[in-house]
Ligand binder design. Structure first.
Ligand code: MG
Length: 310
């Protein structure tokens, strides 16, 4: 709840940010243009994310896994807009007790991960924490928008769209997949190439399928109606059921809406499946931005699922 309220406050204060800003706070990335000419398209995507000990990893997590996750989460935000990562910046606030060799290993792994996604680390900052404070890594990644489709926003879903999700959902944290997932930037790029203007909206699933689908609904002024039994689940998470899995988060799959004309690819690079899970409908007054329909036909407000960083 805290994060939602804060983000609303930030969005309220972020109007009229000047002629360079095409998309400001409230989407997966900001979209910027290089010159103050409103006829120019956005040509730069920028996102920043932080990774906090005790929240996104534990003291036992391997340093290279922490470094990788810090970078890949931001790559996933570039993917959410169908962009291509091009460079990155990182900061680290490290415990004073951390040996220099560990700090070196951490930044070496961030450097290697960023390079492996073609967005080399071009700068950053290191600071030492007071004793006992949790470790914190912050990664900024810049990307280029898809050359023909441009940035795919959360706010442009349309009534009648089909709702799709890539891969499988659920159990990311308990299975350890939150440390090893592959970001979907190449798949997102391929979707934007294949669907062009028929790809209407997109987000990456970080806080739970239900909650993130609600963000598209909220931003677009529509209701995403998702059929629980259609949600593709990881085998290890499936026994908990689709509603629990839709609340898990940290899946880093793509959720997108597109014209429902049968032209969406069923499979993407790397054997990643694309599954149709619902439909975009009109949103009535005070109706939820996303609902999930269970097998008994009951409707669940998706904003009650998934977690808010609080
Ligand atoms: Mg995101």
């Amino acid at each position: 709840v805290l994060e939602s309220r804060l983000l609303r406050l930030i969005a309220d204060r972020s109007r009229n940010l000047g002629p360079l800003v095409v998309v400001g706070p409230g989407d997966d990335c900001a979209a910027l243009r290089a010159a103050p000419d409103p006829t120019l398209p956005a040509n730069l995507l920028v996102t920043v994310d932080q990774l906090i000990e005790g929240r996104h990893f534990t003291r036992d997590t391997a340093l290279d896994a922490i470094a990788r996750k810090a970078v890949v989460r931001s790559v996933s935000d570039i993917a959410a807009m169908a962009g291509t990562p091009v460079w990155s910046l990182a900061t680290g606030a490290l415990p004073p007790s951390m040996p220099d060799a560990d700090a070196d290993a951490l930044f070496h792994a961030m450097h290697e991960t960023a390079r492996s996604f073609n967005c080399p680390l071009v700068g950053g900052d290191l600071a030492s924490l007071p004793a006992g404070a949790p470790m914190l890594l912050t990664v900024t990644i810049a990307g280029t928008p898809h050359p023909t489709r441009g940035p795919v926003l959360r706010s442009t879903a349309r009534v009648g769209d089909a709702i799709f999700v890539t891969g499988r959902i659920g159990g990311s944290f308990t299975s350890g997949r939150h440390l090893t997932f592959e970001p979907m930037h190449l798949q997102a790029f391929a979707l934007a190439s294949a669907l062009g203007p028929k790809l209407h909206s997109m987000i990456d699933i970080s806080d739970g399928l239900g909650r993130d689908a609600g963000r598209i609904g909220e931003a677009s002024g529509v209701c995403l109606r998702i059929v629980a039994s259609e949600i593709p689940l990881h085998a290890d998470a499936a026994p908990r059921g689709p509603l629990a899995c839709a609340a898990d988060g940290e899946d880093y799959q793509l959720l997108f809406t597109a014209l429902d004309d049968g032209s969406c690819p069923a499979q993407l690079r790397g054997g990643v499946r694309v599954t149709k899970i619902g439909r975009v409908e009109h949103r009535g007054d005070s109706a939820p931005a996303c609902v999930i329909i269970d097998d008994a036909g009951h409707t669940h407000d998706a904003s009650a699922l998934g977690w808010d960083h609080a």
